[in-house]
Design a protein around this ligand. Structure first.
Ligand SMILES: C[S@@+](CC[C@H](N)C(=O)[O-])C[C@H]1O[C@@H](n2cnc3c(N)ncnc32)[C@H](O)[C@@H]1O
Length: 290
């Protein structure tokens, strides 16, 4: 067999011998958001207005921002912390509306875009974008008036990490300040098992011919969805394997975690409180008060 045939064969045997059920959080349990080439390709998805898979499209974001401003009661001069801010699409708008915003994200391309976007919008003096893993970021105590944690990213962390993060955010907020967290509604999460494949030569998974193999498993006891992807470069036979784990929470459990982290009250909004977002029915939004 040639080297290339060996590589194909190794990949397929590894796939055949994969643990079943899968182990969550193997190899990080997240997409490689902070890997430079992937981050660059992902940035295109964030900005693509034909879908809302990475960031919601502009028209939906505007509705969300109005809702968030109302629920967070932010006013001019308020300090806002945007956890996993991506390319700053929310942060820069809040800065345009008079907030001082700190955005944290570990994607180099997203942070570079956010800084440039703030500059282009004339609000770079009101924005600070940190390229950092939110799990290791620390903040000045009792400094912020409001915080965002949007599009389900708290769920990609293990329960202990999520609790520690909530505590860190609570510490960073002033008394009376609020945090908005958006998480998938556990009741509506797909609890089936599925597998799929497709080929392409462009997009998120690469810019050469590749085969993408995917499998989704619901771990009923732990309430975790695990997606496993194998992407095989058909020119080189190199492959990458990605394990994407999503911890889901029942609403009472999340409320309890928020209180344990230091929040005194929690409001729960199903389906984005009726906002007409394309996937609103899949989400619960928590507004937690320090
Ligand atoms: C679905 S995107 C949402 C981005 C943004 N909140 C929005 O809605 O436009 C998730 C973001 O989380 C970031 N992210 C994931 N895990 C992270 C971590 N451990 N530390 C910092 N950022 C992280 C990714 O880089 C990505 O920009």
């Amino acid at each position: 067999m040639s080297d290339k045939e060996h590589r194909y064969s190794d990949t397929l045997w590894r796939l055949y011998q994969r643990p079943a059920p899968p182990q969550p959080w193997v190899d990080g349990g997240n997409l490689p958001w902070n890997e430079p080439a992937f981050a660059q390709r992902m940035l295109k998805e964030h900005l693509d207005q034909s879908h809302g898979a990475a960031s919601r499209v502009a028209a939906e974001r505007e509705l969300q921002i109005d809702w968030l401003r109302d629920k967070l009661e932010v006013t001019v001069g308020d300090q806002m912390l945007d956890m996993t801010c991506g390319p700053g699409l929310y942060a820069v708008e809040f800065a345009r509306q008079g907030c001082q915003v700190t955005g944290v994200d570990f994607s180099p391309s997203a942070i570079a875009y956010a800084r440039d976007f703030a500059e282009r919008q004339g609000v770079s003096a009101s924005c600070s974008f940190l390229e950092q893993d939110v799990r290791t970021a620390t903040f000045a105590p009792a400094w912020y008036d409001a915080s965002l944690f949007l599009y389900g990213q708290l769920a990609v962390f293990r329960r202990e990490e999520a609790s520690a993060l909530l505590q860190e955010i609570a510490k960073a907020l002033k008394p009376g300040a609020r945090l908005v967290i958006e998480l998938l509604n556990q009741e509506r999460v797909d609890k089936g098992h599925s597998s799929w494949w497709f080929t392409d030569d462009k997009g998120l998974w690469g810019d050469r011919p590749f085969l993408h193999l995917g499998e989704r498993t619901w771990l009923a006891e732990e309430k975790i969805a695990v997606e496993e992807f194998t992407i095989i470069d058909l020119e080189t036979a190199d492959s990458i394997e990605i394990n994407l784990s999503d911890q889901t929470y029942a609403a009472p459990e999340m409320e309890q975690m928020l209180r344990a982290a230091g929040f005194s009250a929690v409001d729960v909004y199903e389906q984005w409180d009726g906002l007409p977002l394309y996937d609103a029915s899949e989400w619960i939004v928590y507004v937690a008060w320090k």
